[in-house]
Design a protein around this ligand. Structure first.
Ligand code: C5P
Length: 411
């Protein structure tokens, strides 16, 4: 039994010379007992024939959006409904651009717009197309929406050039697909809590103290943990993000409310405090809106807010087995974060540099150091979604090595 047995892969083949390698990918998927259905674009059909795809996949090939015969057999919505994972190989610059724009002008792009299934793309294009700012922006947009990617690799290209843009080899794409399905249920039976976003601390009924946190990193972590099967509660301050699907979202405004909602979510196996909690609140918010009245400006007396991370880490019997915090630093990143780990009593700290020019607050990317009791590892700069996914897998490894989940489920 392989992790792929019975898994349903919808394979979108777009236009690129690398499409010939996709034939080998189909063969390998079928050898591992996966079910494969193919959608072939007009460009893809210039490189591989529908007959090859259907012979190898054992299923009819889908090509036309407005085909009576194809739609009656299996319509575009049904195609994605009947899949566990959508794979685009090769993913041309064009299909990625269309996806980024949300276009739906053929069967492949319509399926990609209509699907709510995870999508894995194996980009393949000329190096300058890959490096073009338009493609870079499209990739960033798509990654932020959760598109997974394998490759491209660096190497010789069919066009005679050398560089990034070569489609990942079939065995690498296969490994990414196996990794996806293998990871899928790794946290099932486990419970997770994630805090995210800023807090709003009222000054009066209309004004508040807050910060620039977008909530992007915390939301992505909650989503990644839920995707691995954890029963996840996301406690979030006000953000402009949509509530992620498949988990419990609790909306709060103040640090005190965030603490109460976090405590209410216990017991959990893992708590990740990614929220940018305000350090201070106004001691006694004014019940009415403060008036200017032409006199001296009001003086705000501040009080300290509760430290949610420290209180979860010090929660005695209710302490999650793994408590993870963030440290946003502008200098001496690692040393300050190590000290913070000890002071807060948490297990891991993800340290990120938020100095001028890093664009970490509110940006799409993050570069973190993971600080544990035993050492420090520097992760490469990547999207916040990729940081979230890597962290979720590290958490799954750690909890698997440790044993039984909270709430008594199977390990
Ligand atoms: O603000 P500070 O640098 O102390 O934040 C470090 C970590 O502590 C972050 O993970 C943050 O979410 C958490 N924190 C918290 N409650 C606070 C302050 C910070 O949970 N009141």
């Amino acid at each position: 039994m392989t992790v792929l047995a019975g898994k349903r892969v919808l394979l979108v083949v777009s236009g690129g010379i690398a499409a010939y390698k996709t034939l080998d990918l189909i063969r390998r998927l079928r050898e591992r007992a996966a079910e494969v259905r193919c959608v072939l674009t007009a460009g893809g059909a210039q490189f591989v024939t529908p007959l090859s795809l259907s012979a190898l996949s054992g299923n009819p090939v889908h090509r036309a959006l407005f085909s009576l015969t194809e739609e009656s057999e299996m319509g575009h919505i049904e195609l994605s409904r009947a899949a566990d994972l959508v794979v685009i190989a090769p993913a041309s610059a064009d299909i990625l651009a269309k996806m980024a724009q949300g276009r739906a002008d053929d069967l492949a792009t319509t399926v990609l717009l209509a699907t709510d299934k995870p999508v894995l793309a194996a980009p393949a294009m000329n190096v300058r197309m890959w490096e073009h700012p338009a493609t870079r922006a499209n990739i960033e947009t798509l990654a932020a929406r959760g598109l997974r990617m394998v490759g491209p690799n660096e190497g010789d290209m069919a066009c005679g050039e050398f560089g990034f843009g070569r489609m990942a080899e079939p065995e690498e794409i296969l490994a990414a697909i196996e990794g996806f399905f293998g990871a899928e249920a790794r946290l099932s039976g486990h419970r997770a809590l994630v805090t995210s976003g800023p807090t709003f601390e009222p000054i009066d009924p209309v004004r508040y103290l807050a910060n620039r946190s977008s909530g992007r990193q915390g939301h992505a972590i909650a989503q990644a943990l839920a995707r691995l099967g954890a029963e996840t509660t996301l406690v979030t301050g006000p953000t402009r993000l949509a509530d992620p699907a498949g988990l419990t979202v609790v909306h709060i405004e103040t640090a005190e409310e965030m603490l109460a909602a976090s405590q209410a979510a216990l017991p959990v196996d893992v708590a990740v405090c990614a929220a940018a909690v305000s350090d201070w609140r106004v001691a006694t918010p004014n019940e009415q809106k403060l008036k200017k009245n032409g006199g001296a400006p009001p003086r705000l007396e501040l009080a300290t807010t509760p430290d949610i991370l420290a209180s979860l880490a010090g929660a005695g019997n209710a302490r999650p087995r793994l408590v993870i915090g963030f440290a946003a630093e502008t200098e001496n990143l690692v040393a300050h974060a190590q000290a913070k780990r000890e002071k807060k009593g948490c297990d891991w700290i993800l340290a990120n540099d938020v100095g001028a020019g890093t664009d970490t607050f509110g940006g799409a990317e993050n570069q973190v150091h993971l600080i544990e009791a035993g050492g420090v590892s520097a992760w490469p700069r990547m999207t916040k979604e990729a940081v979230a996914e890597r962290l979720a897998l590290r958490i799954a490894d750690h909890l698997a090595a440790e044993g039984a989940p909270a709430g008594g489920g199977a390990p």
